[in-house]
Design a protein around this ligand. Structure first.
Ligand SMILES: Cc1cc2nc3c(=O)[nH]c(=O)nc-3n(C[C@H](O)[C@H](O)[C@H](O)COP(=O)(O)OP(=O)(O)OC[C@H]3O[C@@H](n4cnc5c(N)ncnc54)[C@H](O)[C@@H]3O)c2cc1C
Length: 491
């Protein structure tokens, strides 16, 4: 069959764009993610206009073909060159003026019913996972409201790491369940998720970090994990390219995994819809109606829905959504930057993370290095711009860890927001109103926890006895002073 290539970087064809449109991916940001156009070295310089023309021909509106956000660097740039910059001389602000929101927005994916048993706010992995699991449990009168496109929030911007190496039995148990779900997720959802159990290797560069991983290894063994503490030479047997002088020991669990985040999100969305849920994109929640101790309706820019139960799964925007109901959450958004390199031949098995500086990176099944690193100077706030400072900090850290990466080129960078709580644990269950359930505050590990947590939450909402997480991680724990901080947050 003849094929017309529209993006030669990613081998995407006009037929791929048509297929995306047929599947309901109408706006350019979604089509970019579905087909891969614009994610190669030219970042859309050749394909964007052709894709936009084809989408308009198919019936997309001008608002739907608004160009996707161009990401730095403008040209693929080697880590070695970026590492030679002084990050402390570079600003935390991206310097790009904030654009006002466009007047015309893409069309919502469907109309709203007058009422629904469950209305979920937020179409990230948490909201969509919950919608799917509710349907599986027979609760199918579910409407999910997403103000933008699916994968627009942190669930489409993360590193895809799924690890059981946590510090508490609860988090280990949840992660183990998510890993087990990951093994069969692609088959269950009918979509390739590129789930790969390559393990996680945590490098400990100081005595303090070594003590930390040794303590964790005991907890891990007691909870059924195969974590081992390795010498640098043993760690080099796992990743031969590591500079063994840069760390004292490493924690290694071969059963941890990495996934490609987007198909997880789409998989949950399409299966939830197939089972009866209504997923409405480009539909923003603007307020709530209440009577006594209950929310009675959700107000949106597309109309009103009466609701029996409302779930706040709006990620880094959860605090703002709760505020619309007059409920105060302590969550704070925090930008985290991330990047992807040019594709390389397969060479890196595990996700590697340095506990000293928060560097993490893995190799995707497309061959790219995908990685990020937290910036201790990052101010709290909802912004997702990209900085040269991050590129230079990351480049320094990765070339110190693996000197041979100096010649590898960065292809693209982006950013998303963590939804940070005071104790780094989530907020779950009713808050402010008896039927206003929280499913947020997942900091930097919501993606990996979502399969397990949304299964438990759907079970609880469908009548199962509550798992202890719904009693422990309530909003009221902050008032009671019953917080136990989680400190194994990476990135
Ligand atoms: C750079 C980076 C790397 C990360 N790496 C990992 C990792 O390796 N492993 C891991 O497990 N986690 C990782 N995380 C964290 C993880 O991505 C998040 O914890 C998780 O995706 C949160 O999912 P969510 O559904 O709660 O939020 P989101 O995915 O952000 O979804 C919330 C949605 O709510 C929508 N919304 C907001 N306001 C409204 C409104 N008023 N009306 C309607 N919709 C609204 C938003 O548009 C958004 O789509 C990372 C995060 C970042 C930023």
């Amino acid at each position: 069959m003849a094929r017309t290539f529209l993006c030669t970087c990613e081998d995407a064809t006009v037929e791929d764009v048509r297929r995306a449109f047929d599947q309901g991916y109408r706006d350019l940001e979604s089509v970019k993610r579905y087909t891969g156009i614009g994610t190669g070295p030219c970042q859309g310089k050749t394909c964007l206009a052709i894709a936009a023309r084809e989408l308009l021909r198919l019936g997309a509106t001008p608002a739907e073909v608004a160009p996707f956000t161009v990401r730095p660097p403008l040209h693929p740039t080697a880590f070695g060159a970026l590492a030679s910059l002084d990050p402390e001389a570079l600003p935390l602000d991206d310097g790009v003026p904030r654009r006002p929101p466009p007047v015309e927005r893409p069309r919502p994916s469907g109309s709203l019913p007058e009422r629904a048993q469950v209305v979920i706010v937020g179409g990230g992995i948490m909201g969509l996972g919950l919608a799917y699991n509710l349907c599986k449990r027979g609760v199918t009168d579910v409407v999910l409201l997403e103000r933008g496109f699916l994968t627009g929030g942190a669930s489409g911007r993360n590193g895809g790491g799924v690890r059981a190496q946590w510090t508490t039995p609860t988090m280990i148990r949840l992660a183990q369940r998510s890993l087990a779900i990951g093994d069969s997720f692609a088959a269950e959802m009918g979509i390739n998720t590129w789930f790969r159990r390559g393990g996680y290797l945590f490098l400990a560069p100081s005595r303090k970090q070594v003590e930390r991983i040794e303590k964790n290894a005991v907890i891990h063994a007691a909870n059924g994990l195969r974590t081992q503490v390795l010498t640098p030479a043993e760690a080099q047997a796992v990743v031969p390219e590591l500079d063994g002088t840069r760390f004292l020991a490493a924690a290694w669990n071969p059963d941890d995994a990495v996934v490609f985040p987007w198909p997880y999100v789409w998989g949950y969305a399409s299966r939830a819809e197939a089972l009866g849920a209504r997923v409405r994109t480009f539909t923003r929640v603007t307020g709530f109606e209440q009577a006594g101790r209950r929310l009675t309706a959700v107000l949106t820019d597309q109309g009103r829905i009466a609701a029996e139960v409302v779930v706040n799964a709006a990620g880094a925007w959860s605090r703002d959504v709760a505020a619309l109901a007059g409920v105060k959450l302590p969550n704070e958004p925090e930008r985290h930057e991330i990047l992807v390199s040019e594709p390389l031949k397969p060479w890196l098995g595990p996700m590697v993370s340095n506990l000293g500086n928060g560097l993490y990176f893995s190799q995707s099944l497309r061959g790219e290095i995908v990685g990020g690193m937290a910036d201790p100077k990052e101010p709290k706030g909802l912004h997702q711009g990209s900085t040269l400072r991050f590129l230079s900090r990351f480049a320094r850290a990765i070339t110190e860890t693996i000197p041979r990466t100096a010649g590898v080129k960065v292809m693209r960078q982006w950013a998303g927001c963590y939804d940070v709580t005071p104790d780094n644990n989530p907020i779950l269950g009713a808050a402010g109103y008896d039927n206003f359930l929280q499913l947020n505050g997942w900091v930097g590990h919501g993606f990996m926890m979502a399969p397990a947590v949304t299964e438990l939450m759907a079970g609880w909402m469908a009548g199962d006895p509550p798992d202890e997480i719904f009693e422990r991680f309530t909003l009221s724990r902050f008032e009671r002073g019953e917080t136990a901080g989680e400190d194994f947050i990476i990135g």
